[in-house]
Design a protein around this ligand. Structure first.
Ligand code: URA
Length: 433
């Protein structure tokens, strides 16, 4: 039997824990035999001392062992690919990538999460679609992926329950931002969900957990190492989160933008990310094609209507109404205009994310209800020219007062200058196993 206090002390002093010790610690916590306060102290010791690659892998395996695993590939007789984003503002990528990949003939079954802080979650976005069911049984989930080629559901309680507990604890003990803890949290869920190859979108910048390229690279390296040890193909795209992705921030607004993108009519940056991530997924799949051929196929399904048709099939299969007109709309829409002319040098992604949250698009407290209709549409993005008094953004609000305060916050988030900013690519780096 381990003595948790001894393990905490060893980690606090910079020592190393064995795989057996980490397994007992995590499983004991998951079973409720080790209290929150000891795991909180342990996470803080890890926050300052870090974990070695071997410890991070042992932690990941212990988290997987805490619950059930899903052999989706075996059930389908296909190689299953998955994608995950570390979280950003305006990140509706999975809602467009899923139909694109499925329309190209690769099964896509994904478990997604809810919004965290100022970042939105795929499940909250999907719930803005009237009738859409995020809670399918595992049997229904597998059957839908087999029949339709695509299903996105909420994380089931049986899959990596240790992460659910640990994540909640880290969230309130200032121990989220540790590379090993984030890597183990993400990869344990992907591996337990049955993915054999994974595209990870590691967000970098103001609106992301990882503020610098160095930190994002360290997280990517840690997840790649876990992928190597677990025998999974992993590609990490390090992508810009110094401004919101696309134009829309807020649940129904983002679903509308994803639909427009599936019709080939989306914002340039968001479309580019959807194409790159989807092409990578196709290249990792069992189609036996490279990324260049993947890109051609992705562009084809976006251009010929089949990606959009797949979206409609998928939403109907999960009980939802795929008609854009069925999405909720906010009663008050106001423009945010530029106080001066010039070039947009930057948009504070966190400020925009918080403005959307304050409008009701996110949660201040864990059990807050979400208002799916509200949010922000950033018409002008970094590098765009704007004249004095021209619209920068649009606020979709429940009432005038909340629209006014969000409008002030969004106006303040725009930095406008005489000179255009230096170009910054959307995909900053790509790393692979
Ligand atoms: N997303 C996760 O799933 N886990 C983390 O620890 C951070 C982001």
């Amino acid at each position: 039997m381990i003595r948790p206090a001894e393990l905490i002390e060893r980690k606090r002093d910079g020592g190393e824990l064995s795989a057996d010790e980490l397994t007992e610690l995590v499983l004991g916590y998951s079973r409720g035999e080790i209290p929150d306060y000891q795991l909180a102290a342990f996470c803080m010791a890890v926050y300052f001392r870090g974990l070695s690659d071997a410890e991070t892998f042992a932690l990941t395996e212990a988290m997987i062992e805490s619950g059930e695993t899903l052999a989706l590939g075996e059930a389908l007789g296909r190689k299953v690919v998955d994608k995950h984003s570390t979280g950003g503002v305006g990140d509706k990528t999975s809602i467009a990538v899923g139909p694109v990949v499925a329309a190209c003939g690769v099964p896509f079954g994904k478990m997604s999460g809810r919004g965290l802080g100022h970042t939105g979650g795929t499940l909250d976005k999907l719930e803005s679609i009237p009738g859409f069911r995020i809670e399918l049984s595992i049997e229904e989930f597998v059957e839908q992926v087999r029949e339709v080629g695509l299903a996105i559901i909420g994380q089931t309680a049986d899959l990596v329950p240790a992460d659910k507990r640990l994540y909640g604890l880290r969230d309130v003990t200032a121990t989220v931002e540790n590379v090993s803890l984030i890597a183990a949290s993400i990869m344990s869920k992907k591996i337990a969900g049955g993915a054999e190859a994974i595209v990870l979108d590691v967000k970098v910048g103001d609106g992301a957990f990882m503020k610098t390229l160095d930190d994002a690279r360290a997280l990517a390296e840690s997840m790649l190492e876990l992928g190597r040890r677990a025998g999974k193909g992993v590609v990490c795209l390090l992508t810009d989160m110094d401004q919101p992705l696309g134009h829309a921030v807020g649940n129904a607004l983002e679903v509308r933008e994803a639909i427009a993108t599936l019709r080939g009519d989306g914002p340039a940056d968001f479309t580019e990310l959807v194409v790159i991530a989807s092409a990578r997924l196709l290249a990792l799949s069992d189609l036996g094609i490279d990324e260049g051929e993947g890109r051609e196929r992705v562009e084809r399904v976006l251009g010929d209507g089949s990606a959009h048709a797949m979206y409609e099939r998928w939403i109907r299969a999960q009980g939802g109404d795929p008609d854009e007109g069925a999405l909720p709309t906010a009663p008050t829409v106001v423009e945010v205009t530029a106080g001066r002319g010039g070039y947009v040098r930057g948009i504070g992604a966190v400020q925009v994310g918080i403005a959307a949250l304050e409008l009701g698009a996110g949660r201040r407290r864990k059990d807050d209800e979400i208002d799916h209709a509200v949010g922000v549409v950033c018409h002008k993005k970094r590098g765009d020219r704007v004249g004095e008094g021209e619209p920068l953004a649009e606020i979709h609000a429940r009432d005038d007062a909340s629209a006014r305060s969000a409008g002030d916050a969004v106006r303040a988030s725009y930095e406008i200058a005489d000179e255009p900013p230096a170009q910054r690519p959307l995909v900053l780096e790509t790393l692979a196993t």
